[in-house]
Structure formats: C-alpha cells, structure tokens
Design a protein around this ligand. Sequence first.
Ligand SMILES: [Zn+2]
Ligand SMILES: [Zn+2]
Ligand SMILES: [Zn+2]
Length: 74
Amino acid sequence: MNCQIEFANEDVGMPCGKPAVAKCSDCGSAICDDCRVECCGQSFCEVCGDYHVANSCRKPVQNERDVFGSHKAG
Ligand SMILES: [Zn+2]
Ligand SMILES: [Zn+2]
Ligand SMILES: [Zn+2]
C-alpha cells in the first residue's frame, strides 16, 4: 500500500505515493514515514495531526511555569 496523502499543488492533488508505514488513526488514510505525525502514541496524517494537536491532544497544555520566587521572611 502506498501513502494516500495528497499535496495540493496548483489546484491539482498530487498523491504522495511513497510506501505507507502506518494508517492515520483518525481518517484511516495510509501514510508514509514522511507524512506521518505521531502524537499520544498514535499515528496521524498531517491534516489529522494538526487537528489532533489543536483539538483532542491529551498532552498537557503548556502552562506558564510559576517562577520560583523566594520570599524571604523578614
Ligand atoms: Zn488523517
Ligand atoms: Zn506520504
Ligand atoms: Zn496528542
């Protein structure tokens, strides 16, 4: 099976066509190593990877770290 990801190029979809190494967990498209986006232990195509990161990623959101303030009593 070959990569089913298409690159939009001058109004024409150009299929990637490289040997697929995984399937997108979301849309099920065959994806090659180049097109694969890994997150949360799953493989996504680029589109679904972006969507996942933006919407359903379980990675902790980057919180602003509390500055280590040393408040000295006195
Ligand atoms: Zn996908
Ligand atoms: Zn590809
Ligand atoms: Zn994730």
